[in-house]
Design a protein around this ligand. Structure first.
Ligand code: UDP
Ligand code: MG
Length: 316
């Protein structure tokens, strides 16, 4: 590490996937905010295999502000969390802030997070005030928040908000954990000593559409982000879930008919209904085991999680 490396106070980490329409605005809004902080900072962009001109824009920005801009260029698309992970492995700052490139997290809110860090928190999660996402996205994520709260010890108002600040030791712990299928905010929470939260503004996506499809969102929420070889298992689990719901409905209808109309065909259909239901429960179980076997497989084969094609940075 060079002498200058140890003096970086703040690292901003931004994953970029097909954001050519947003990057120019991001640059004009983000750099002034950081310049005004009076801290030595760096911005680490990860180009996550974009198909548009994102990498050209990032390279131009590196040329324009080589002192503070670093660009990691992936050879392919590995997903938002791997893009952040690659940056975490290379950041030099004492405090690290993650941010989306689509301006849904206004850069002007960064000082708010830093105030909390300065006040002694080692992990500050943003939660979105006046969330600007589709009705479906907002409610789906409320449901997932609820399930997560019930099943884990992670307390987070808004797990989907990526505007977050971390102290260095938390990031080092994340990097050391070598997590493969990971949800960074939750992982960070588990390593934090004094986690805090702060409300941040949320804006509509500046341009373009969300990079997440419905299917990807489900997968993300399964905590399974990469690895196409796991996809069949995941689809199987989802299919089994649908079967379960359908046959539960059947059981309820048959039970109702049994009570109101009496036994039909000596009650054989009731029996079938119950049988189908139990069968689909068993299928969900097999699917779930598949999920865990798949996760284990991913860890055991220990394949490199992402591949950096090129780095654009001035100092080393
Ligand atoms: N992103 C990424 N790789 C992907 C998908 C998304 O690096 O495969 C980045 C994207 O450029 C953005 C952030 O992750 O900076 C959040 O993505 P998006 O806005 O599509 O997600 P949403 O806000 O809809 O959750
Ligand atoms: Mg977004």
């Amino acid at each position: 590490m060079s002498a200058s490396a140890s003096t970086v106070a703040l690292s901003i980490v931004i994953p970029v996937y097909n954001e050519e329409l947003n990057l120019p605005t991001l640059f004009t809004r983000l750099y002034p905010v950081l310049d005004q902080l009076g801290r030595r900072y760096e911005i680490v962009f990860t180009n996550d295999g974009s198909h548009d001109r994102s990498i050209e824009l990032l390279k131009a920005q590196h040329a324009a502000r080589p002192d503070v801009t670093r660009v990691i260029d992936f050879n392919a698309n590995y997903g938002q969390h791997m893009a952040i992970m690659a940056a975490f492995e290379r950041v030099r700052g004492d405090v690290i802030v993650t941010l989306d490139a689509d301006l849904q997290n206004p850069p002007e809110e960064i000082p708010k997070l830093l105030e909390m860090i300065d006040a002694g928190y080692d992990y500050v999660g943003g939660y979105r005030l006046n969330r600007q996402d589709s009705f479906f996205r907002t409610y789906a994520s409320k449901l997932i928040n609820f399930v997560r709260e019930k099943t884990t010890s992670i307390e987070m108002t808004d797990q989907g908000c990526m505007l977050r600040a971390y102290r260095r030791p938390v990031i080092d712990a994340i990097v050391r954990s070598g997590a493969i299928n990971t949800f960074i905010p939750a992982l960070a929470y588990s390593f934090a000593g004094k986690p805090g939260e702060v409300g941040v503004k949320h804006e509509e996506r500046h341009a373009g559409v969300s990079n997440y499809s419905f299917y990807q969102l489900i997968r993300l929420n399964f905590d399974l982000i990469t690895g196409f070889s796991l996809a069949p298992l995941q689809i199987f689990t989802m299919f089994a879930g649908a079967c379960s719901a359908g046959s539960l409905l059947l059981v309820l209808v048959l039970a109702y008919r049994r009570v109101v109309l009496g036994a039909e065909a000596e009650g054989i259909f009731t029996l079938f209904g119950i049988l189908f239901f139990l069968l689909s429960v068993a299928m969900v179980g097999i699917g779930l085991i598949g999920e865990y076997v798949g996760r284990t497989y991913n860890v055991v084969r220990a394949r490199q999680r992402y591949h950096v094609k090129e780095m654009f940075e001035t100092t080393s």
